[in-house]
Each structure stands twice: as structure tokens, then as C-alpha cells.
Design a binder for this molecule. Structure first.
Ligand code: NDP
Length: 577
């Protein structure tokens, strides 16, 4: 942590400004998460329609049994399947709402879509797939192709059903099977069900008065309408385009629209922090020299790099808690002021530069990395409408209205994000004794490791709350996939039929989550966003496990090393499995 020579008053003034900006934003939008809707039905249904599968193919309802059924066909399912295959479990079905595997990368095909986690860390199963990404940062199409290649390698297409939404997942105690019902009339049975529905899967819209009045064309960023824009956005050269939102999706979309549209208006509520994106093509000589196991080693090194040395840790431990927090905050502010300086260096118009400056601590919102986003605001056809924390609250026939001005548009893109980490989106999950998972969670989320929840035998959750958050999500999901595959293997090889977390194990984990969340007030101090439930108060157990990724990983190992302690393991019937 660098020491600085600035007086403490400099940092205190900035903290006061952070607080003012946060309060301003909160005061405009009291309803917290209720300002959004992800119930995209009726007039809003068009915002969730799958543009890649206009007409779902006809098929007969399925009524069969598989060993493992994944709800969702994104990375969670793909990389867990790899591990299941290694353990000889091949009777695997993916049930997916989209018409292919890929999850996020199936849906998000907007122009400029790319991953800003380094590709060699982010793209999973690189060793197994004998694949080295083309660039330091992968573009969306490469990631989507990688997903398809994994599905082919592990024969996941054979049993998969696409354009199918799971509506009900019900535990049958006598059969010791899950019954999975869908919107296509299916009633499939599965020994094990894995909720692999993603962390940010269900598009949401800001509820804005008059949305349906707008006479132009409109869609959500994750449902890009290339028929309207043209494959290379060539149809936009005579179009006035607007975009609501300036989160990670918009940051990637805006440069592409700026280059192609007749005019682009960006409606901003809170600016993102934009840092350098250091990209380069993969060096073929480096790729050739990679040894088996290289990705796991690399991920390990990446994790170690952000960990503190024992000396640093000792130095920090010697400080009072107040001094520790003061130093962390000052260092965070230094980083944010570097982000501000970069904006001043790039954005020519002073007022626009000021408006693009994020006034909150680093990591209050998801940090963004892009080299073209800020320069886009120097283009003559691009305008920033800074709503100064208020947001767009009204849309007229011609376009969004702000400060009494109706901004006339032909196309309006909603880059307003996704519902966060819901287990069982679109789907009602009913466990032993008829208990609904959402009812169980009504008084607070209760899980073991964020993966198991008592009373829901043979059900596993991926990417949900109470798991560790990792910037490289696929690394975290891989540990969950490894853990789940090991649990299923344990049940099968030891002649058990069911695995269900004990109440005591669940209580232990809930207390772990609460204990680690209790350490920080960052969430309340931050500007609202999906990281902190839009600034609403929430129960301390309803969030991620903040004890660190390594600790999370260690806890997974502890649980696996003493299964009988953490789980009720039900014996198989005479017929076996
Ligand atoms: P976000 O939820 O991050 O952003 C939504 C945006 O909409 C915010 O800027 C929000 O403003 C704005 N907004 C909402 N309502 C209004 C309104 N009424 N008026 C004006 N603005 C409004 O969604 P994204 O789709 O951008 O990103 C979601 C997540 O997807 C990312 O955080 C990231 O985790 C992931 N992602 C990952 C990528 C990767 O490289 N791996 C790339 C792209 C996305 P406010 O901030 O004020 O709430």
C-alpha cells in the first residue's frame, strides 16, 4: 500500500464528495431494486425474446430419466460436465432456454462484446481442450465457440434440450429423483440436478414512465437486433441512436455505436471507472512452449499475486483497525484519482470530462477496462447526457426526456443490466416435504458453501450467493464444478442414493458468511448498484462469502474430506442406483 504525502484532509474531502454523490443518487431513487423489472411479459416481452432462435423447433415432450441434469447451459454446466466425464458420468442433460450452449456468451452478442478478464485465465478447460486463446482478452465470438467446442468434446449435445425453460423442479421422496418440468411440456427425471442458471442471466429494465410510448425501435443489450442494425451496424449510418446505461456492457457497446451511427446519445446516471485494457495477440512461440497443466498453474499464480506477503500482512496486523481502514481508503482514493486524471487527459470537452468522473471507491461498482470508450466522447456525432444521478425517468414518443428536453431517436438500446444471482430464475424449486426454495430463503439465504441447501437433496447450486466472489468467475465456478463432481462421485461409488446438507453444516456456513460480511461497511458506503442491492439494507447472510477465494476453496476441501459430518447420506435401495 503506497504511502502518500498528501494531507489527510485531501482524502477526507474526497470521501465527503463520495458520500454526497451517493446520497444524491439514493434520494432520486428510493425504491432500490424495485426500480427495475425483470418480469418481461406483456408489452415488455419483446425485450427478452431470443433473437438467435426466432421459432423454437417442434418436438414431443420428453419423459425420461437421466443421471445429472443441468438447468442452464453456460460455463457452470460445461465445466462441471468435464469433471463428471472424467469420473465416468456421461448420462448428462443440459436444459437451456437459449438455442445453444454458452449462457452469457450465447445471449450477449452485442457489438464489441469481449471479456475483460485475461483470456488465459478466463476461458476454462484450456488444457483439456488443447486450446490457446487468440488474444490476451477474448472477444465474444471466440468465447461462444469455445463453449460449443466443450459441449462437442463432452458429447453434451446428445441429450441437451434447447429453447426450453425449466418451470418446476420437484423432489420426489419415494423415487429419490427430481422431476423437472418445462414450458415445452416435459417431465424429465434426474438423480442429480445442478442449478447452473448463471449469476447475471435474466435481463432487467429500468421502469421508466412512458417506455411503451416510444415510437422508434428498442431492445435490451443482451438481445441485440442485428436485423435492424445490420451485421456490421451499417444500417445505423443514417440513424439517431441512444443508449441508457453506462455499465460494463454499455462501455463495450458505445465505441462501436460511436463509429457507425449518424448520432449517438449516451444517457448516464452514474459513470463507470474506466481503466486501460492492455490487449495483444497471443505470441505463438509462447503458446507452443506451454506445458500440460499450464492454465491451473497460471490461475494459481494470478491468485498468489494479489495475496499479501507475510511481511506486509504482519505490518498491517500491527496497525489499529482505524489506521488500517484509513490507509486502505487513501490508497483506493489514489487509484480513483488516477482514473479521473486519465479522463482529463483523453476527453477534450471539459464539462464532458467532469461528468464522466466516477465519485465512489474503487470496486463499489464493477470496474471497466476499455481504450476506446473515453475517446468516443471526442467524436462530433457523440453526446453525453449526464443525468447527474437522477437517471432517465420518462420516455416520450420520440425518445428519452431529461430536463424538459425530448431526445429524438430512431433506436434506443437499454443497457440496464441483469437480475443478480437468483437461484432458479423462471423456475420454482420444491424440495423434501414440499418446501419451496424461495420460501426457505424468505428469512435469509441458507446454504452450505453456497452450493448445497438442506432439505433439497441431490441439488447443487452454482454461482449463487454465499459462495466466494472472484473477478475471474470461471475459476470460482470450476472449483464448484470440481466439488459437485466429487460429491456426486462419492454418492455413487459408496452406494448412497442421496446427499443432503445437515442443518448444522448449513448453520455453520451461514455464520461464516455473516462473520466475514460483518467486517466491512463498504456496501452501505458505496454508491448504489447491483453490488450492494441498489443501496437497500439487506440481511448480512444474503450476499457473497467474503472470507477470500482461497479460504472458500479450502472449506470446500474440508467438507469433502468429511462428507458424513456435513451431509446426510441416504443409502441406496436394493435395486441400487
Ligand atoms: P449494469 O447493471 O452494470 O449497468 C446498468 C446500467 O444502467 C448502469 O449504468 C445504471 O446506472 C444504468 N441505468 C439503469 N437505469 C437507468 C436509468 N433509468 N437511467 C439511466 N441509466 C440507468 O449492467 P451491464 O449489462 O452493463 O453489466 C452487467 C454485468 O455484466 C457487469 O457488471 C459484468 O459483471 C458483466 N459484464 C462482464 C463483461 C466482461 O468483460 N466479463 C462485459 C460486460 C458485462 P447506475 O450505475 O446509476 O445504476
Amino acid at each position: 500500500m503506497p504511502r502518500t504525502s498528501r494531507p489527510q484532509s485531501y482524502y477526507d474531502d474526497i470521501k465527503t464528495k463520495f458520500k454526497e454523490e451517493r446520497d444524491k443518487r439514493l434520494n432520486y431513487r428510493p425504491p432500490g431494486t424495485a426500480q427495475y423489472t425483470s418480469e418481461l411479459t406483456g408489452d415488455l416481452a419483446k425485450y427478452s425474446t431470443d433473437p438467435w432462435q426466432i421459432q423454437a423447433p417442434e418436438r414431443e415432450p420428453i419423459n425420461d430419466q437421466v443421471e445429472v441434469l443441468f438447468i442452464g447451459g453456460g460455463f457452470s454446466a460445461l465445466l462441471t460436465s468435464g469433471r463428471l466425464h472424467e469420473r465416468g458420468i456421461e448420462n448428462i442433460r443440459i436444459v437451456e432456454r437459449g438455442s445453444d450452449v454458452g449462457g452469457t456468451w450465447y445471449w450477449n452478442r452485442y457489438p464489441g462484446a469481449a471479456c475483460d478478464v485475461v483470456s488465459y485465465d478466463y476461458l476454462p478447460l484450456l488444457d483439456e481442450m488443447d486450446y490457446v486463446p487468440v488474444n490476451h482478452y477474448s472477444r465474444g465470438p471466440e468465447i461462444f465457440s469455445h463453449c460449443q467446442a466443450i459441449a462437442r468434446k463432452y458429447n453434451l449435445y446428445d441429450l441437451a434440450v434447447f429453447s426450453t425453460t425449466v418451470t418446476e423442479t420437484v423432489w420426489n421422496e419415494e423415487e429419490k429423483l427430481w422431476h423437472v418440468k418445462t414450458d415445452r411440456g416435459d417431465d424429465m427425471r434426474a438423480r442429480f440436478v445442478i442449478c447452473a442458471n448463471g449469476t447475471l442471466a435474466k435481463p432487467k429494465l429500468s421502469l421508466i414512465e412512458g417506455m411503451n410510448k416510444f415510437k422508434g425501435h428498442a431492445f435490451h443489450s443482451s438481445r441485440w437486433d442485428y436485423e435492424y442494425t445490420g451485421a456490421h451496424l451499417e444500417h445505423l449510418k443514417d440513424k439517431r441512436v441512444g443508449i441508457i446505461g453506462t455499465g460494463a456492457s454499455a462501455v463495450q457497446i458505445v465505441p462501436e455505436l460511436g463509429k457507425t451511427a449518424k448520432s449517438l446519445t449516451v444517457f448516464q446516471r452514474t459513470p463507470s471507472s474506466i481503466d486501460v485494457r492492455d490487449d495483444w495477440p497471443t505470441d505463438p512461440n509462447w503458446a507452443r512452449r506451454l506445458q500440460p497443466g499450464w492454465q491451473a498453474k497460471r490461475r494459481e499464480k494470478t491468485l498468489a499475486a494479489v495475496e499479501m506477503s507475510p511481511e506486509k500482512r504482519a505490518e498491517l496486523d500491527a496497525l489499529t483497525p482505524e489506521e488500517k481502514i484509513r490507509r486502505q481508503e487513501n490508497s483506493n482514493i489514489n487509484h480513483m484519482m488516477r482514473i479521473h486524471k486519465r479522463i482529463d487527459e483523453i476527453v477534450e470537452d471539459k464539462a464532458t470530462a467532469e461528468a464522466l468522473k466516477p465519485w465512489y471507491m474503487f470496486m463499489c461498482k464493477r470496474p471497466c477496462f476499455h481504450n476506446e470508450y473515453l475517446p468516443t466522447f471526442n467524436l462530433p456525432n457523440v453526446t453525453l447526457v449526464d443525468t447527474k444521478g437522477k437517471g432517465i425517468t420518462e420516455i416520450g414518443e420520440r425518445g428519452p426526456i431529461f430536463d424538459g428536453v425530448e431526445h429524438e431517436l430512431d433506436l434506443l438500446v437499454y443497457a440496464t443490466g441483469f437480475e443478480v444471482q437468483l437461484t432458479g430464475i423462471y423456475n420454482s424449486i420444491i424440495g423434501a416435504g414440499g418446501q419451496n426454495l424461495q420460501d426457505k430463503y424468505a428469512d435469509g439465504i441458507r446454504t452450505l458453501l453456497g452450493i448445497h441447501t438442506a432439505g433439497f437433496p441431490n441439488l447443487f447450486i452454482m454461482g449463487g450467493y454465499q459462495a466466494s466472489f472472484q473477478f475471474n468467475l470461471t475459476d470460482m465456478l470450476q472449483t464448484q464444478g470440481d466439488h459437485i463432481a466429487a460429491c456426486i462421485d462419492h454418492v455413487r461409488t459408496h452406494g448412497y442414493q442421496t446427499i443432503d446438507a445437515t442443518d448444522a453444516a448449513e448453520e455453520w456456513w451461514v455464520q461464516e458468511v455473516i462473520h466475514h460480511r460483518g467486517k466491512t461497511s463498504r456496501s452501505e458506503d458505496c454508491t448504489p448498484g447491483y453490488y450492494n442491492f441498489e443501496g437497500a439494507e439487506n440481511r448480512r447472510q444474503d450476499g457473497n462469502y467474503n472470507g477470500g477465494f482461497r479460504k472458500y476453496f479450502q472449506h470446500q476441501g474440508e467438507v469433502r474430506s468429511d462428507m458424513a459430518h456435513f451431509f446426510h447420506l441416504g443409502k441406496a435401495t436394493a435395486e441400487g442406483l
